[in-house]
Design a protein around this ligand. Structure first.
Ligand code: GLU
Length: 433
């Protein structure tokens, strides 16, 4: 990747949003409070679980390609390690904030508990503009960040993974940096690695595949047929692009793909592979000959059966939730719906598959990767996909069953189930004084 001459640094940390609706940490806290109240969680336990257990801020000096030194701010937050090592991705983006990383770390705790895998929750982020950085700069920022957080991560402590704007290559650099310091190869320190370095078959597809499995369960529940189901997906990267491909292979009609720079529509269903090729060739989904360009904000509100926001936070808010026409909202991204929008969607009868369930396929296969690395024994892809399906289907049934029994919406049910599992672990361990 070449730099394009624009400044490739962000020197000032973005300010935390004071708008309660769109500040992800406040959104996460709001749902936490609601679920804790309904669960009757004791006060002390609420205090323990409401705050992250550890927050680390690091200022990372990096030599840029032009010889200048720049300092980037990065974070690693461990929300909980009660059920196992902290687990969660690292994102690179100009608008990363500590509150966002805190919320994402807490969501990882709840996500791992919903799918009942033996991890706590963590998240990391670096404030930078990866699209404007060269490969060399990305490698240096990744390695130095790893060195700064070195003593806080490890297969038994905290296991990072890819997230927004990070990938297999980023994980390979983290694994190598960590291993060079330890003086032996430690593959299980990160997941989402290249196959050749202890990655797992099926990991790149896992989040999208998980979205497919839970959407199929929702269809079954609502008595809908796959081949007449129209799907709109926001995001065409690792999660959205993979969900689009897998769902269209299953017979869903992907009528619209929405990205940050536009949206493309075909009422008969888009040819996803052709659209992927068009994006590779032109750099954008716009101008796709087998579809029509439509407004990207309106696209989320078009008449469809399933809407999958698979990009960033705060997409469905109080300003558009009353116009969402989808019957099913499958949250491929973390935090795409604000807590204010939750109530509006519930009034409209939208069947929400909440993020901590819908996108848990990624961390589930990360768990499989960590298990395989530690055993030194690797599974075939069929085994990975079958075990993923088993966990996603069971977790869907757990959440939806809980919602029906306790007469709460699916999101609050997922939170209640998760909070209860984490609280049980803490009670059984007891507090060390
Ligand atoms: N970043 C992904 C998530 O938000 C994956 C995390 C992981 O695999 O640890 O779920």
């Amino acid at each position: 990747m070449e730099t394009n001459g624009r400044s490739n640094t962000v020197l000032v940390a973005p300010t935390e949003s004071t708008d309660t609706e769109i500040n992800p940490w406040q959104s996460a806290a709001h749902r936490f409070d609601e679920a804790a109240e309904l669960l009757g969680l004791e006060d002390g336990m609420r205090k323990v679980l409401r705050q992250p257990a550890m927050e680390l801020t690091v200022n990372i000096p990096v030599v840029l390609d032009d010889g200048r030194i720049e300092v980037f701010t990065g974070y690693r937050v461990q929300h909980s390690i009660a059920r196992g090592p902290a687990k969660g991705g690292i994102r690179f983006a100009p608008d990363v904030t500590l509150d966002e990383v805190r919320a994402l770390a807490a969501w990882m705790t709840w996500k791992c508990a919903v799918v009942n895998i033996p991890f706590g929750g963590g998240k990391g982020g670096i404030i930078c503009e990866p699209q404007l950085m060269s490969d060399g700069e990305l490698e240096r920022i990744t390695r130095r960040y790893t060195a700064e957080i070195l003593e806080f991560i490890g297969p038994e402590r905290d296991v990072p993974a890819p997230d927004v704007n990070t990938n297999e290559q980023t994980m390979a650099w983290i694994m190598d940096t960590y291993s060079m310091h330890k003086r032996y190869t430690v593959t299980a320190v990160v997941t989402g690695k290249p196959l050749e370095l202890g990655g797992s078959l099926g990991r790149p597809e896992a989040t999208g595949r998980g979205c497919l499995f839970v959407t199929m369960q929702a269809l079954k529940k609502l008595g809908m047929a796959i081949n007449t189901t129209r799907v709109v997906i926001q995001g065409f990267g690792n999660v959205g692009g993979m969900a689009a491909r897998l769902m269209s292979q299953q017979g869903f009609k992907i009528v619209c793909i929405v990205e940050y720079d536009g949206a493309v529509y075909n009422k008969h269903g888009l040819n996803i592979e052709a659209l992927q090729k068009h994006k590779r060739d032109t750099g954008s989904i716009r101008g796709f000959p087998e579809g029509e360009d439509v407004d990207k904000d309106e696209a989320l509100l078009m008449d469809c059966d399933v809407l999958i926001p698979a990009a960033r936070e705060n997409v469905i808010t109080s300003s558009n939730a009353d116009r969402v026409k989808a019957k099913i909202l499958c949250e491929g991204a973390n935090g795409p719906t604000t807590f204010v929008a939750d109530a509006i969607l519930a009034d409209r009868g939208v069947f929400v598959i909440p993020d901590i369930l819908a996108n848990a396929g990624g961390v589930t296969v990360s768990y499989f990767e960590w298990v395989q690395d530690r055993q030194g024994y690797f599974w075939n892809e069929r085994m990975v996909n079958e075990r993923l399906e088993e966990i996603m289907v069971k977790s869907f049934d757990d959440v939806v069953g809980y919602a029906e029994r306790h007469k709460v919406n699916n999101r609050i049910a997922a939170y209640m189930l998760a909070l209860d599992r984490v609280a049980i672990a803490i009670r059984k361990r007891g507090l060390y004084a």
